[in-house]
Design a protein around this ligand. Structure first.
Ligand SMILES: [Zn+2]
Length: 484
């Protein structure tokens, strides 16, 4: 069970807030947990340390919990920077969601464990420097400097005064647009840098206010659309507000998507009656039959590569279905499917398998590849995010985005484990010689964000019906090892 909770304590009085609140909490915050937060905050703050974030005091910082580091209560720090914090006790992970970026910290039970941990922090699935989180009797503490640095802020610590001062630079709004399409009006605000934002909805006036807190001042800009009466972006003292007056019978959905160094805020206004499809309802297993259509692949004595992989994909799907495991295919026949379409089909999947032939293999030999970020991490990251963006462009809400992003956090270690498990099973079941080769930045596997394997077979094995049986069994074993 994943326990979500968020804090949005600052707000305009009298306005019911919606939008961000729609997705959270999926489960209400546990009163027991809140009790422990208060208890631990009280007991650890004896050290008389002071933490300010963008000029606001954050109670409960400790410099003794983990020697040599300033730790702050996770919820309070998340609130102070304007982000969300969720805790998954089953995974032992604390996840900060800030302006579309996800920072996850491993949770330890003692300060020394947290301090000595390696690879304790990941930002958007990529390991970053820092120590782990500590669970103090049910209350989470996180390293101030690591969390702040990951989100682009800076921390100054004055030992004499026992004070840590955290400052985030102001973000810049680089564009604000509205596009009206058939089903909705879509606002897209693009930012360099991160800025906390809050949504307030005034039901009586049917008016939505998006308040951005740490933004370089903007000049006023008006918008019009098919589902809004009017909209205005304007500076309001130190805040920037987007005020949208909705037409009767409409509602809004909002979400954020990360972009290099910043984020994109997206707000859709749509008729109340409009239903949207959940883009995350993706089958757990996706089978990609390589090539097909105008791309026939290798010409082999047994036939065209695209026909051979399609044959195996069909047999494999049948065997899997008989065993109670639903799968999806990236193509439905001898048709041309682009690599990016294949990759996109893997978004949100837990296992993506791409089937190919190689003319360099003798019968019984197979090559397995998994996704690696080693060659070009920046390109890989961009590709994964672009895939996510493309999916989000079609539809989405914050709750979907969160789930999607959680799934999309690159997990190349999972792909490597899948490859090794498949190799082991295929060797023992069919006596094949299976080479697990070093990871490659394979575009086909990017949509599944590392949760995939590309297999090259010898053509005679590809057309052998028994292969589908062995492969299905190997897939089920590999997936059960990951808890599916
Ligand atoms: Zn191929």
């Amino acid at each position: 069970v994943r326990v979500w909770y968020s804090l949005f304590s600052r707000g305009a009085g009298g306005h019911r807030r919606r939008g961000e609140f729609d997705f959270s909490p999926l489960l209400p915050p546990s009163p027991v947990l809140i009790f422990f937060v208060l208890l631990a905050t009280f007991s650890v703050s004896q050290a008389q340390q002071r933490l300010t974030v963008n000029g606001r005091d954050v109670a409960g910082m400790s410099t003794t919990l983990v020697s040599g580091s300033s730790y702050a209560p996770a919820l309070a720090l998340a609130e102070a920077i304007g982000g969300h914090m969720s805790y998954d006790p089953a995974l032992g992970l604390a996840v900060f969601d800030y302006a579309g970026h996800l920072l996850s910290l491993r949770v330890y039970t003692t300060g020394s464990e947290a301090r000595n941990a390696t690879q304790a922090i990941e930002l958007d699935g990529r390991s970053v420097a820092g120590t782990g989180a500590v669970n103090v009797e049910g209350s989470l503490y996180v390293p101030v400097k690591s969390v702040v640095a990951a989100f682009g802020g800076s921390t100054e610590y004055n030992a004499e005064q026992g004070q840590a001062v955290v400052v985030f630079p102001r973000a810049v709004l680089t564009s604000a647009t509205v596009a009206s399409s058939q089903g909705y009006d879509r606002f897209v605000l693009e930012f360099t840098g991160l800025t906390p934002y809050q949504l307030y909805f005034n039901e009586a006036a049917n008016t939505l206010q998006v308040r951005l807190e740490r933004l370089e001042p903007v000049s006023a800009q008006g918008f019009s659309g098919q589902f809004i009466t009017n909209a205005l972006l304007q500076q309001n003292g130190s805040y920037t507000d987007l005020i949208v007056r909705l037409n009767e019978g409409t509602r809004f959905e909002s979400y954020t998507a990360p972009r290099e160094g910043g984020f994109r805020f997206i707000l859709d206004i749509l008729p109340t009656s409009a239903q949207r499809q959940d883009p995350v309802a993706t089958p757990v297993l996706v089978v990609d039959a390589g090539h097909g259509g105008s791309d026939s692949g290798l010409a082999l004595p047994e036939g065209q590569e695209g026909d051979l992989t399609w044959g195996l994909a069909q047999r494999l799907s049948e065997v899997l279905r008989a065993a109670g495991l639903a799968s999806d295919v990236t193509r439905t026949g001898d048709i041309t499917v682009s690599v990016s379409e294949r990759s996109q089909a893997g978004i949100g999947s837990e296992f993506y398998l791409s089937l190919h032939a190689a003319d360099t293999l003798t019968p019984g030999q197979m090559n397995l590849f998994y996704l690696s970020e080693a060659n070009d991490a920046a390109t890989l990251d961009v590709a994964i995010r672009e895939n996510a963006r493309a999916a989000l462009d079609q539809q989405g809400t914050d709750v979907m985005r969160r789930r999607l992003l959680l799934n999309l956090v690159p997990d190349t270690a999972r792909g490597e484990r899948y490859a090794n498990a498949l190799a082991r099973e295929l060797q023992s079941l069919g006596g094949y010689t299976v080479n697990v080769l070093a990871g490659l930045p394979l575009k086909t596997l990017e949509g599944a964000a590392g949760r995939g394997v590309l297999i090259e077979f010898n053509a005679s094995n590809l057309s052998d019906p028994q292969l589908a049986v062995y492969l299905a069994s190997a897939i089920r074993t590999a997936m059960s090892q990951e808890g599916f």
